[in-house]
Structure formats: C-alpha cells, structure tokens
Design a protein around this ligand. Structure first.
Ligand code: 6PG
Length: 503
C-alpha cells in the first residue's frame, strides 16, 4: 500500500489524466477491465519519461488496486456515464472498499444519477464527483475540473486537483501553456474550484456542454453562411476564422475550427472537411441541458437550437430528398464591398449570439441553484472555464468580471459591459440574420439568439393575448395590469354577456 491514488478506466481520458497526475508527482495504481489499456498506459509513461520503470503501478483486479493504496483510499473513475459507473462501484464494494474511502466520478454523469449514487453508496464509501473538460489534450496537460460533493472529500482532493488542472494568468485571463510531458505549471489560478454538494458539479458541467453545443453550432452556421452564401473555399473561411480568433471571438473552438478547415488529405489534397459526412453525433449532455431549461422554465433557445441542428443533420437522406422538392431563394452574386460588409456583419452576429448563449447557460444555472438550494459562485465558474475546457475563450474574462462586480446578476445581458457590446453590435447582427433569411441559409442558433435578445428586452410581451386565449377555451384565468397581481379573473366567454368575474 504505497500509492496516493487508484485509477479505474484507462480510455483516452483516463490514460491522459494518469500521466498528468504522474507528472505532478503523484503515485498511481491503475486498473482497467481491458488489461491491454493498463499495459498501454505503462508503456506510454515509460516512453515519455525514458525511465527504466513506470511511474504507474499496473493492477489486474479491483482487490489488487485497493491493496496498492494508502488508506483511506482515493480512487478516480474515468468510465462512461451510466451503468458502467454503478458496475465499478459494486465491484469496489465487493473488493472491500471502506466507508471513509473516496471515489471520484470524472465522467459526464447525469447530475441526478450522481445525487442518487451519493445516497445509494453512502454507507459503503464517499462518492465525490468531478467532471473533467478539455478532451484528451486537456486531460494530459491541464483540464478544467468541476468538483462537487462532501466538503471533507474536497479538502483531500483539492491539492491534487489544483496541481493537475489548467492554469490561468489572473490578469489577462489567458491560459498558461503546458504542452510537454514532464512539464508542470505551479503559477497562475488553477481551473479547479469546488462547485457545491452532490450533483451540482455535474449540473454545471452539463451546462458547460450545453454552451459548448451552442458555441459550436454558431461557428458552424457562420461556416455555412461563408460557404454557401459567399461561396468561399475552406481555406478562405479558415483565414477569416483565424482573423476573428485574434479579437473578442478568440477561443479554443474557433482555433480548432481553423485547424479542421485547413487540414487536407489524399493524393489530390482535398480539404478533409469536404469529405466529412454532415451528420452530427451527440452523447446527451446538450439534450439534458435543453430539457433542464424546459423543466425549470428558463429560456435557453440557442442551446436547444444547437441540439435540434444536430437532430436535423442526422436526417441526411430526408434532407437530400427535400432539397430536390423544396425551393429556396436565388442567391445573387456579391461584389467585393458587399462581401466585406457581409463578413463584418457575420462576425458581430456570432459575437452577440455567443453572448446570448452564455447568458442562457448562466441564467439556467442560477435557476437550478435556487431550485436545489445550491450556492453557486458564478464568477468562480466563469474563472475555471477560462482554460483547460472546451469552451475556454478570452470572452470568459469579462464574464468573470461581470459576476465579480455583481454576484447576484440575474442575466449576463444586464451587465453594463455586455449590454453595451450588444447595443454596439446589434445592427450588424440583425443584418446578418436578415441576410441568412433572404439567402435561405439556416441559422437556428444565431437567429434564435436574436429573438431571445429581443424577447428579453420586451417590456410588453404578447402573452396578454395568450392568457386571453387560455381563458377562452380552458377557463385558465388571468391577472390584470390594473389590479393586484394576486387576483385572478375569468370571462364567461360562452355566455351572451361575457361578464368578467374575479375567481
Ligand atoms: C469536454 C467535452 C466532452 C465531450 C462531450 C460532448 O468538456 O471535454 O464536452 O465532455 O466532448 O462528451 O460530446 P458530444 O458532442 O458527443 O455530445
């Protein structure tokens, strides 16, 4: 029993987290049901360090893993969300895990499952969760971590998590680069902050992914506008995105979009993107975010549109059939000046839509906080998203500042900085949405964000008529603007007098 940490699940994420932990001086006992993954992790570790023995102890069973660890045991799981997590938990119980041992679930578990699991395994061990964002490179050189669960467990995990997490330069809000095996970063602010009790961390990671879906979709819509609207090549679009990536849109997702667009394959050097089938996959976190927003009754239409866009994409055959049946408008050719304006307008549209997607995500977390009695620190959440994670962006710095200025901010749109940004760029955003509509290019995310913006700044919505309709067919009653809000009224629509009564 010599190792600090036990690790179960050595897929791409697991293996890279193990190597990251080892770089930071932690000793690890690692296990995977697939023994070749244990061997692979050890081989990669030795190849990277050039040492004659690995920094990782390979184990071939749950019992052996527990025997390798210092008590109370600390075990990290990197297994797919769902049944696999329970399988591992049950196996650990069978292997003799103790009530003061800590098990950390790093997958994208559904947050309610985490709440249930914490209760279910309460007498067997302490279940802690910490979603990881950043893909394989993040896991290897510094992910964003969203820990939640028993505060006692956090005191034990904190130094380890802060060591392996991505780090940010506090002044600029930019990630501190770490790219080589063996390298560690001991300065800057770590992207690992305690989120709250069981479930809170997975909820926050779920919303992170919802925003990720929206951000990706917004970029993809810009790509389609430039490809089909202006007729640009993949390389030309990459050049535009690269330029955008030097301004307020600077982000990991913009950066990787440039890389994907520039990548060429085959003897004829075809841009890879032109060979990739246009059917999007999804593993569920975006959908869960949209569902949660509907359940809590807080609008997240841009996130929902991003999920719908993936659904529509999956109906490839239907779309191909419909393309031959349904007509769109003719797109007239552009002159150079039109092109420049179109591109500038699109830039601003993306920027504004992105602000709205984040505003929706943060408002959703605020509602969930109230509903579940959590105490979320939104400035801290924005802070840990500034590096390591998939939605890392320069843009997270003003969001951090907005919530630091006002921790009770109801909606990001109301922050002075963002209100001003939207005000400044909205005309171009509107022109871009109009361009898309006139050209027949689908921009569900960008357009829904504009509707959201307009609906949110609408002091007088048309829901008065809606309440009238509801009262007409279902006697659902309505409140009146000229009476106390608590009073409810109904019109006897079927009577000749149509008299109104207070109910
Ligand atoms: C991250 C990502 C990661 C993953 C999701 C989304 O933060 O590192 O969000 O968790 O890419 O599984 O995947 P889908 O696009 O397949 O839903």
């Amino acid at each position: 029993s010599v190792c600090d940490i036990g690790f179960i699940g050595l897929g791409v994420m697991g293996k890279n987290l193990v190597l990251n932990l080892a770089d930071n001086g932690f000793s690890i006992a690692a296990f995977d049901l697939d023994a070749s993954k244990v061997e692979d992790t050890i081989a990669q570790d030795m190849a990277e360090t050039g040492l004659p023995s690995a920094r990782v102890v390979g184990c071939s069973s749950y019992t052996e893993l527990l025997a390798c660890l210092k008590p109370p045991h600390l075990i990290v799981l990197s297994v797919p969300a769902g049944e696999a997590v329970d399988d591992v938990c049950e196996n650990l119980i069978g292997a003799g895990i103790q009530p003061d041992d800590i098990v950390i679930d790093t997958g994208n578990s559904l947050w309610v499952d985490t709440v249930e699991r914490e209760k279910k395994y309460h007498s067997n061990f302490i279940l802690f969760s910490s979603a990881v964002s950043g893909g394989e490179v993040g896991a290897r050189f510094g992910p964003a971590l969203m820990p939640s669960g028993a505060p006692y467990a956090w005191t034990r995990i904190k130094p380890i998590w802060q060591a392996i997490a991505a780090k940010v330069d506090a002044k600029t809000g930019k990630p501190i680069e770490r790219t080589k095996p063996g390298e560690v970063v001991n300065e800057g602010e770590p992207c690992a902050a305690y989120i709250g009790p069981a479930g809170a961390g997975h909820y926050v990671k779920m919303v992170h992914n919802g925003i990720e879906y929206a951000d990706m979709q917004i970029i993809c819509e810009a790509y389609q506008m430039l490809r089909d609207g202006v007729g640009l090549t993949s390389d030309e679009i990459a050049d535009i995105f690269a330029q955008w990536n030097r301004g307020p849109l600077e982000s990991y997702l913009m950066e990787i979009s440039v890389e994907v667009l520039r990548h060429r394959v085959g003897a004829d050097n075809t841009p890879l993107v032109e060979l990739i089938l246009d059917k999007a996959g999804q593993k569920g976190t975006g959908l869960w975010t949209a569902v949660s927003s509907l359940e809590l009754g807080t609008p997240a239409p841009t996130i929902a549109q991003a999920v719908y866009a993936r659904s529509i994409s999956s109906f490839k055959e239907l779309r191909v059939t419909a393309a031959n049946v349904l007509q769109g408008p003719q797109i007239s050719p552009f002159n150079e000046l039109d092109k420049q304006n179109f591109i500038e307008q699109l830039h601003d549209a993306i920027y504004c839509a992105k602000i709205c997607a984040y505003a929706q995500g943060f408002q959703l977390m605020k509602l969930a906080e109230k509903e579940h009695n959590w105490q979320l620190d939104f400035a801290s959440i924005a802070k840990i998203w500034r590096a390591g994670c998939i939605i890392r962006a320069i843009f997270l710095q003003p969001i951090t500042q907005a919530f630091a200025r006002n921790p009770e901010l109801d909606n990001l749109l109301l922050d002075d900085f963002f209100a001003e940004q939207l005000n400044q760029h909205q005309l171009n955003w509107r022109k871009s949405v109009a361009n898309a509509a006139l050209m027949g290019i689908p921009t569900g995310a960008i357009t829904s964000a504009l509707s959201y913006y307009d609906a949110m700044r609408c002091a007088s919505s048309p829901a008065n008529l809606l309440q009238g309709q509801r009262d007409f067919f279902g006697a659902h009653t309505f409140a009146r603007v000229d009476k106390a809000a608590s009073k409810k009224y109904h019109v006897n629509w079927s009577s000749a007098e149509r008299d109104m009564v207070e109910v």
